[in-house]
Design a binder for this molecule. Structure first.
Ligand code: GLU
Length: 294
C-alpha cells in the first residue's frame, strides 16, 4: 500500500464529503450530546510507523461514547480470559444497540460486548475485580493515548444517568437472570463514565493503534469486525472492509492490522446510529488507498 499520497487522499475525501447533504441526526436522546456543532468533521490516520495524516477538526475533543467499549472489553478480557464468554457472546446482534427483546429470549446473556447490555456486563466484571474501575479505565486510556489529562465529561455521564431508563431496564433484566453480580447503580455509574470519555481524532487513533500492532489483540479485532457497528456491521465490512467501532457521539475508529488506525468524527448519525458522513469517509479512504482487508 502506497503511503505517500495518504494526506492528499484524506484532504480530498474530507472536502468532497463536507459538501454532500448530511442525512443523519444528532443523538439527542442523551441531552448533553445535542449541543454539539453538527458541521464538525475530522480525520486522523496514524500508521504503525508513527506517521500521521490529519485534516479538518481532528484536534477537537468529542464524546467517544461506545468506542470506549473496546477499551472495557480489553480490560475485562485481561481479567477473566476466556471465562468472559460465559457472561457475554461474540455474535452480531442484528438488532439495535439498546434492544431489550433479544436479551429476554437469550436469558440475560448479551450477544456481544459492544451492545449496551454487553458493555454493562463488562462493567460489572470490572466492578467485581478492580478496586477503582473508573480510575483504572482512565489510567489505561491515558497510557495508550499518551495524554495524561484525558478524562470523563461528568456532565455527559450525569445526563446519561438522568435519562437512563433503557440502560436501567437492560441492567435490571440481566440482574434478574443472574448476569449482573453487583449493585446496578454502581455498575451503571462505571458504564456512564466509560461512555463519557472525550478525545480528539488524533488521540483516538493513537489510543487504538495497539490493535494494529503485529498480531496483537486479534480477538478484539474479530469482535469489532463482526459487532462494531450495531446492526450495520455487515454493511460496514462490505463497504469499508476494516474492523472498527462507532459511538453515538459521531466518532468511528477503524483498524488496518499491521498498518494503521484511523479515527473520523462527524456528529450526525444515520438510522442505525453510526456517523452518516464518517462511514462515507472511511469507505472512500479504503477504496482510494486499496486498503480494505478483504
Ligand atoms: N452511552 C450510550 C448509551 O448508553 C452509548 C451508545 C453508543 O454509543 O452506542 O446509549
Amino acid at each position: 500500500m502506497e503511503l505517500n499520497n495518504f494526506q492528499q487522499i484524506i484532504d480530498n475525501t474530507l472536502n468532497d464529503i463536507k459538501n454532500i447533504e448530511d442525512l443523519g441526526q444528532i443523538a439527542s436522546y442523551i441531552p448533553e450530546l445535542s449541543h454539539i456543532d453538527e458541521s464538525k468533521l475530522g480525520i486522523h490516520l496514524t500508521t504503525v510507523n508513527n506517521e500521521h495524516f490529519a485534516c479538518g477538526d481532528s484536534n477537537e475533543s468529542f464524546s467517544i461514547q461506545s468506542i470506549s467499549k473496546v477499551i472495557s472489553l480489553v480490560l475485562a478480557f485481561e481479567l477473566l480470559g476466556n471465562k468472559l464468554w460465559s457472561r457475554v457472546g461474540v455474535e452480531p446482534s442484528g438488532s439495535s444497540f439498546n434492544s431489550l427483546v433479544q436479551l429476554e429470549y437469550e436469558k440475560g446473556i448479551p450477544r456481544n460486548p459492544f451492545l449496551n447490555a454487553g458493555a454493562i456486563v463488562i462493567c460489572d466484571v470490572l466492578v467485581s475485580h478492580l478496586d477503582d474501575p473508573k480510575q483504572h479505565i482512565l489510567d489505561f486510556v491515558r497510557r495508550l493515548s499518551g495524554n495524561s489529562t484525558l478524562t470523563y465529561n461528568t456532565s455527559v455521564a450525569e445526563s446519561e444517568r438522568k435519562t437512563r431508563y433503557r440502560n436501567n431496564s437492560l441492567a435490571n433484566l440481566m440482574k434478574e437472570f443472574g448476569n449482573i453480580h453487583n449493585d446496578i447503580d454502581t455498575v451503571l455509574d462505571v458504564y456512564f463514565h466509560l461512555c463519557s470519555i472525550e478525545m480528539t481524532c488524533k488521540e483516538l487513533a493513537q489510543t487504538f493503534l495497539f490493535l494494529a500492532m503485529n498480531g496483537k489483540n486479534l480477538l478484539t479485532n474479530a469482535v469489532m469486525q463482526l459487532c462494531g457497528f450495531y446492526d450495520e456491521a455487515g454493511e460496514f465490512s462490505f463497504k469499508v472492509g476494516l474492523p472498527g467501532k462507532s459511538g453515538v457521539g459521531g466518532g468511528i475508529i477503524a483498524i488496518h492490522p499491521n498498518q494503521y488506525s484511523v479515527a473520523v468524527w462527524s456528529p450526525k448519525l444515520n438510522k442505525k446510529g453510526n456517523s452518516y458522513k464518517g462511514i462515507k469517509i472511511l469507505e472512500v479512504i479504503t477504496t482510494e488507498t486499496g486498503s480494505s482487508i478483504f
